[in-house]
Design a protein around this ligand. Structure first.
Ligand SMILES: Cc1cc2nc3c(=O)[nH]c(=O)nc-3n(C[C@H](O)[C@H](O)[C@H](O)COP(=O)(O)OP(=O)(O)OC[C@H]3O[C@@H](n4cnc5c(N)ncnc54)[C@H](O)[C@@H]3O)c2cc1C
Length: 281
């Protein structure tokens, strides 16, 4: 079984700043980590290696410093890690990102044979679109299961798993080859064993540029990106609500709370009636 894990390096902060000129994230000077959802993809890959003797490659598209994320990923006991890095890949939207990753996966296939399972995180903590896994599945022509929460069985040509829906869960059979995007519910990422930690510190990831993966510069990076970020806005801070003083007697406090709830309910009631009578105001 051959497995590729897609990981993304993201800023280790919730205080994300935007470059007002380019409308892109400011990454300089911000410490980076492996995207939290990708940690669960790495854990699943490590389990596939242990239980199914899988050969596992980790891959990321990013700047040279993304090498650190790949070295950390190797500490899960995985085989090889690949950095796709080239100026031609910069400024990519999700369409161009999936193109470059697809070309990288095809190159890995040349080395180890057909890839059976591609694992990705559900979404990235910074970009947050959740489009990369599905986009890579489309380019590869693989089946896709997004939002995977548990895996029941892996058979020769299919996987039985559970995925999260908006309201609830569904159990599905997914044909291999496939792409799975995973949620934190799936597993608990392990702590690295000492030998794996030492190997990861010494490990030098493979680095491929656009020529190595035979990428068309018109399909990668800025030039391959039909999306343009024209503006970004930070939503205004929410005002605090009214506070019922703790000095009020319980009866008065309860009455005030009830009055507030009634206001809320009546708004909901009016909204509901408007929907019923078809009033769009
Ligand atoms: C016009 C435009 C310009 C942009 N310019 C830049 C730029 O210059 N620099 C920049 O860093 N970003 C840039 N971005 C953002 C970049 O396109 C996205 O970060 C990227 O496509 C991934 O999307 P996402 O973050 O929403 O990932 P999601 O789809 O939310 O991520 C889900 C999963 O996909 C996988 N994944 C995502 N990204 C990667 C990756 N790079 N390598 C491997 N696996 C991955 C991971 O498993 C991740 O958990 C730009 C976006 C736009 C629209």
């Amino acid at each position: 079984m051959n497995v590729v894990v897609l990981i993304k390096q993201v800023p280790d902060t919730t205080n994300v700043r935007i470059d007002r000129k380019t409308n892109n994230l400011v990454r300089e000077g911000v410490p980076s980590v492996i995207n939290p959802d990708c940690m669960h993809a790495l854990e699943l890959a490590a389990q596939l290696k242990e239980k199914h003797n899988a050969t596992v490659y980790v891959i990321t598209m990013g700047p040279p410093q993304a090498i650190n994320a790949l070295k950390d990923a190797i500490s899960f006991g995985l085989d090889e890690a690949v950095l796709l890095s080239d100026r031609a890949f910069a400024g990519a939207d999700t369409l161009a990102t999936t193109y470059t990753l697809y070309k990288g996966i095809k190159k890995i296939e040349e080395k180890i044979g057909k890839i059976d399972i591609v694992l990705a995180g559900r979404q990235a903590a910074d970009g947050d679109t959740g489009q990369v896994g599905p986009g890579v599945a489309t380019r590869l022509g693989y089946s896709l299961a997004a939002y995977v929460t548990s895996i029941e069985k892996i058979e020769k040509d299919e996987i039985i798993l559970t995925r999260r829906l908006d309201r609830g869960y569904e159990k599905v059979r997914v044909k291999i080859p496939c792409v799975l995007t995973v949620t934190p519910e799936l597993n608990e990422p392990r702590y690295a064993s000492l030998p794996n930690l030492i190997r990861s510190l010494r490990y030098q990831p493979i680095v491929w540029n656009k020529d190595d993966i035979n990428a068309d510069p018109k399909k990668a990076g800025f030039f391959g990106s039909p999306t343009r970020v024209v503006n970004t806005n930070i939503p205004p801070a929410r005002k605090g609500g009214d506070i019922i003083s703790k000095n009020e007697s319980p009866e008065i406090a309860a009455q005030k709370l009830l009055d507030e709830l009634k206001k809320f309910e009546s708004i909901r009631l009016i909204e509901g009636l408007r929907v019923l009578v078809g009033d769009k105001k």
